[in-house]
Design a binder for this molecule. Sequence first.
Ligand code: PRP
Ligand code: URA
Length: 209
Amino acid sequence: MGKVYVFDHPLIQHKLTYIRDVKTGTKEFRELVDEVSTLMAFEITRDLPLQDIEVQTPVQQASAKVLAGKKLGVVPILRAGLGMVDGILKLIPAAKVGHIGLYRDPKTLTPVEYYVKLPSDIEERDFILVDPMLATGGSAVEAVNSLKKRGANSIRFMCLIAAPEGVEVLQEAHPDVDIYIAALDEKLNEKGYIVPGLGDAGDRLYGTK
Ligand code: PRP
Ligand code: URA
């Protein structure tokens, strides 16, 4: 079963509160999502492998650590996942970025795939799949299916807010995928929105309705 990690760092929780606030406008919402994504990227990269190198300090020769150069891939689920990418790349600028386009059919709530473009060396990369919202779980499950179908074998899912229903669906469908979230909310409402959530992430990021 995939593990669930809640990043409850005070800075993340503080910024998430203003992301949730209906009074927060598009510009500030986008900036806050970017900042929280950077903070979450800091947490999710804690286990990156290191290697020893020799470095000459002004005082003497020393053995020191650098990243071992593991190949990473960041894959936003379009559209809302795009809002998290730049914040993550601030910390891991060498990561390749793939894109998976999915939208939820408003009536059935099932995901419809409309675009996929991924780095060529998929099998060798560790992927971080990102989307601000894990609601019914349909979009995340479909995006992981899409990555696996093309050869990905190391995938983590990172989002801002998850509903318990979505976590369960993703864990059931993909027990090998760990889930990293800033908050686990109460439930879904009858329209499939997360309660209390933040509303429609894509619309709030891009000022659409
Ligand atoms: C939102 C969100 C997720 C999906 C989550 O996207 O960004 O991708 O819904 O819902 P689920 O867990 O029930 O599948 P949406 O379909 O609104 O598309 P958008 O990003 O283009 O606005
Ligand atoms: N997608 C969103 O953007 N918000 C929700 O609450 C659920 C799905």
